[in-house]
Design a protein around this ligand. Structure first.
Ligand code: ATP
Length: 621
């Protein structure tokens, strides 16, 4: 069912990183300049120290005065290095924060821009792991690693250049000894990318298993699937653990090799420098300066190893974040504008994930303003047809169009002006009532919001402590009926010409269902309504009835036509009819209730009918 979200390749990651750096080129230039200046100031100290050693050894002239002046120089340059270094870090952190924000916002924008037909099939756990764990790893790295790595690279480069200028032979000797560092890093980097990608992927898989288990807890309990889910979680934990151990092993090899390799240049310069001094080729001061430079190199190299590991993980996370841009959009060009409100389904076939077709050549025209009921046995394909009509999925072959435009091609904001699917799934955000409603119309005025709430009978808004500004979730929660009303008010605001109702009230208790149906009644007035009918009363009251049987549209007509035709619908009607003491519920409105559908709840009442308590229920139509 769920498609994997791609991971971006090296070229895309490099291009994205380059674009992020270019967007901050001022800060990057400042970061480099300040670091070069700070590192150059840092080079002066050891050089002046060498001069002090040579001056003391020469012992001629004003030795004390010379040493004082040189020592003052060491102090001045050290202070300058500290100040420039701090400034550089501040610039670096600001750069990191801004870039981290940009990366997060880009991810969020991409996630929100996923077409519904794609978003529905993306594994939620993976998406959550990318948006949280991966985004945090990238943000932390940009915030801390990038400035510190830049400092370390600049420092290391200048130190190596300085020791080469000081004495090329000693410099070369130091560099040769650095080969060990290079070898350790090369060994590590070759293995790190796949290892970190696996670690991130297994972590995401674990999150996915846990999320889906928690989400489906009731179903799992009802079907006694606990053991299977526990096994799936155990397997995911074992994979995640193995992947973590692999990256841990890489680190345990890298760090000790690095430490040993870092000591080698100091030893090398001391040995070769000592021999050269013994042969009168260099002064002690030069050997001291070169040794201190080599010793100072350990600092930046240490920083680099520390971060190289973090940076590897961050590159893998960055590749996962950028991977969202590679999710296939299935969008064949810009959608045109629907010419009218007519919905046309033609030659539609649909299969879930390459399986067998669950819709097989469905043709149907829904006329504007009509009330169409879709009936059929469980598994006949009613909900699948509803999803295609609402543009949440795309037919495998054939087309579903509104006013001549494929429904699934419409961008989300255009789509919800045309067709909205109302199910029992409704989401209330932890936010104010106002913002909960404005998700569909960001600029709606308070009057419009109140009007929408009133239209669905949500008078409770006046009882909330702060009206539209009341935060839902912070101590105030909405029960099923109110949450449903809130989501219906969103539909009022969206103002689609066509509504598809699929079990909108099926799982609610009868009283809540009745309240919700009253709210629905207001919503249905004047619109085209396609109802997935779980109660045949709904079909009886509809203008036309479409009967689905094993994915095929086998009958289409008015209730009376289909009953007299004596086909599938007539049989369904007869069995339902039989369950109602021989009374025709169409003619005896008091008889609402049982249905041949085992999962049936209450249905859509779009004519004036009576509810089970015998109270009049105002219905549209
Ligand atoms: P019900 O009244 O029980 O909801 P329905 O008529 O709405 O049934 P659909 O839910 O559209 O039928 O299902 C049609 C077929 O597609 C069934 O065989 C079902 O098992 C299959 N199906 C539904 N959803 C999925 C899915 N997400 N992945 C794979 N197969 C699915």
């Amino acid at each position: 069912m769920s498609a994997m979200v791609p991971v971006a390749g090296g070229a895309r990651v490099r291009a994205a990183a380059w674009a992020d750096l270019r967007a901050e080129r001022g800060a990057v230039a400042g970061l480099l300049l300040l670091n070069v200046l700070a590192s150059a100031a840092g080079l002066a100290g050891p050089w002046l120290l060498g001069r002090i050693v040579d001056a003391v050894r020469a012992g001629s002239g004003d030795v004390l005065g010379t040493v004082d002046r040189l020592a003052l120089g060491v102090l001045v340059f050290t202070v300058a290095q500290v100040l420039l270094g701090r400034w550089a870090l501040a610039v670096g952190y600001r750069f990191g924060e801004r870039t981290a924000a940009r990366v997060r916002e880009r991810f969020l924008a991409r996630a929100l821009a996923l077409p519904p037909s794609v978003a529905e099939h993306v594994p939620a756990g993976d998406l959550v792991a990318r948006g949280s764990t991966d985004a945090s790893v990238v943000a932390t790295t940009l915030r801390r690693a990038v400035p510190e790595v830049v400092v370390a690279v600049v420092q290391a480069g200048l130190l190596i250049a300085a020791v080469l200028v000081l004495n090329p032979l000693l410099g070369l000797c130091g560099l040769v000894c650095l080969v060990g560092v290079g070898a350790a890093l090369r060994w590590y980097l070759r293995r790190a990318r796949p290892a970190y990608l696996t670690e991130a992927a297994t972590g995401a898989r674990l999150a996915d298993v846990v999320t889906s288990t928690a989400k489906g807890a009731r179903t799992i309990e009802a079907l006694a699937l606990e053991d299977r889910r526990a096994q799936a979680a155990d397997a995911a934990v074992a994979d995640a653990r193995a992947a973590r151990l692999r990256t841990l092993w890489l680190r345990t090899v890298l760090f000790p090799s690095f430490d040993v390799s870092c000591a080698l240049p100091v030893v090398g310069v001391l040995l070769v420098g000592g021999a050269m001094h013994a042969n009168g080729l260099v002064s002690v001061g030069v050997v001291v300066t070169a040794t201190v430079y080599m010793r100072q190199l350990v600092g930046p190299l240490d920083t680099l190893t520390l971060w190289v590991e973090q940076v590897q993980g961050a590159i893998a996370s960055y590749a996962r974040l950028e991977g969202l841009a590679e999710v296939p959009r299935e969008e064949p060009g810009p959608a045109g504008s629907p010419e009218d409100d007519r919905i046309e389904v033609s030659g539609v076939r649909y299969a879930y994930d390459g399986g067998r077709d669950v819709l097989r050549g469905v043709d149907l025209v829904v006329r504007p303003g009509e009330r169409l009921a879709v009936v059929g046995a469980s598994g006949a394909g009613k909900s699948t047809l509803a999803r295609l009509l609402a543009g949440l999925d795309r037919p495998r072959t054939g087309s579903v169009t509104v006013g001549g435009t494929p429904v699934a091609d419409l961008p989300p904001d255009r789509l919800r002006e045309q067709v909205v699917l109302v199910t029992q799934d409704h989401h209330v955000f932890h936010d104010t009532v106002r913002d909960n409603l404005r998700v569909v119309r960001p600029h709606a005025s308070d009057e419009e919001l109140r009007g929408a709430l009133e239209a669905v009978g949500a008078r409770w808004i006046d009882d909330l402590p702060r009206g539209l500004d009341t935060e839902i979730g912070a101590g105030i929660s909405l029960d099923g009926a109110r949450a449903q009303q809130l989501s219906l008010a969103r539909v009022v605001l969206a103002g689609p010409h066509t509504l598809i109702l699929d079990e909108a009230t099926a799982l609610l208790d009868p009283r809540t269902a009745r309240e919700t149906e009253r709210s629905l009644a207001a919503l249905l007035r004047g619109r085209t309504v396609i109802a997935i009918a779980h109660r045949l009363q709904t079909a009886h009251d509809a203008d036309r009835v479409a009967v689905l049987e094993a994915g095929e549209l086998v009958e289409l007509g008015t209730h009376d036509q289909l009953v007299s035709a004596g086909g599938h619908y007539a049989r369904l009607w007869a069995s339902w009819h039989g369950g109602h003491d021989g009374r025709d519920p169409g003619r005896q409105p008091g008889a609402a209730g049982a249905s041949p559908h085992p999962a049936a709840g209450t249905g859509t009442r779009w004519r004036s009918v009576r509810d089970t308590d015998g109270n009049a229920t105002a219905g549209p139509g």
